[in-house]
Design a protein around this ligand. Structure first.
Ligand SMILES: [Zn+2]
Ligand SMILES: [Zn+2]
Length: 269
């Protein structure tokens, strides 16, 4: 059935459950494969604690690959925060994400609460939400300079609070042009983007990232779609899969991509 999630967090980063608990949850939901995408360690952020636990994470996932090999295919991935520059060999796949800006040698995380985002816009962008959005897309467009990524993570992460709060007009030409410019640059270097249900899973949003106009533009540019739950707990491991499938169909997609032992493969929706 090709039920797979490639965006899975565990207690090695900011998830609630152990990798094995996530594997058991995936099995109970009928998954035939599961990819782990722990956050890369960031020297500039206390977000994941003081210690780099990447090696422990890699070892734990590799052990589960063997332990569950007759029941489920397990892949070892990493969600790389763009500026963190971790060692990127040894992984089955890489998600490239931007959660931090680097403004005058200061790292500014914006995947935060509504209030914190407002403070960032006031402090660094003179209260101008559109400038914040444009800065994000300029930063996102630099992803390929930092690694060879398979998947663009949550393309329009800055819309996290859009259901409740308008920091910028998402339907405006100015906004969409900024997003599309980034898409054009990224399309030359990164083959896939994700329909990411992380904000749906955590109750911030009713629809996944990215927005419909961006999905359609990414399709025109030839990027393939991967459906993910960006799950941080066993309860949400398959969050939004059906909704995302319908969304892709509405946007004209006939297929999605999954990771196999032979690389990414298209499967019909
Ligand atoms: Zn992320
Ligand atoms: Zn994530």
């Amino acid at each position: 059935m090709h039920i797979q999630n490639l965006h899975t967090h565990t207690a090695f980063c900011d998830g609630a459950n152990t990798p094995e608990e996530m594997v058991v949850a995936a099995l109970s939901k009928g998954f035939d494969s599961l990819g782990f995408s722990g956050h890369s360690y960031m020297t500039y952020s206390k977000y994941l604690g003081d210690i780099d636990r990447t090696e422990e994470y890699k070892k734990a996932i590799s052990e589960l690959k063997i332990k569950y090999k007759d029941q489920i295919k397990i892949y070892l991935g990493l969600e790389v925060d763009m500026y963190s520059e971790p060692k990127m060999s040894d992984y089955d796949y890489l998600i490239g994400s931007v959660h931090y800006f680097k403004i005058c040698e200061e790292y500014v995380g914006f995947d935060k609460s509504e209030q914190e985002v407002e403070d960032i816009i006031n402090t660094y962008f003179n209260g101008n939400g559109m400038e914040y959005a444009k800065y994000y897309y300029k930063t996102l467009a630099q992803l390929p300079q930092y690694g060879k990524f398979d998947i663009i993570g949550h393309f329009d992460l800055i819309t996290k609070h859009s259901d409740n709060r308008t920091f910028f007009d998402e339907s405006s030409k100015e906004y969409l042009n900024a997003a599309f410019e980034a898409a054009e640059v990224l399309a030359k270097k990164i083959p896939f983007f994700e329909i990411n249900n992380g904000a749906v899973a955590r109750g911030y949003r009713k629809s996944p990232y990215p927005s419909v106009p961006i999905i359609k533009r990414l399709k025109e540019l030839g990027l393939g779609a991967v459906i993910t739950s960006d799950s941080h707990s066993t309860k949400t491991i398959d969050c939004g899969f059906e909704l995302s499938t319908e969304l892709l169909k509405e946007c004209g997609f006939k297929e999605k991509y999954i990771l196999t032992d032979d690389g990414f493969a298209a499967v019909s929706l």
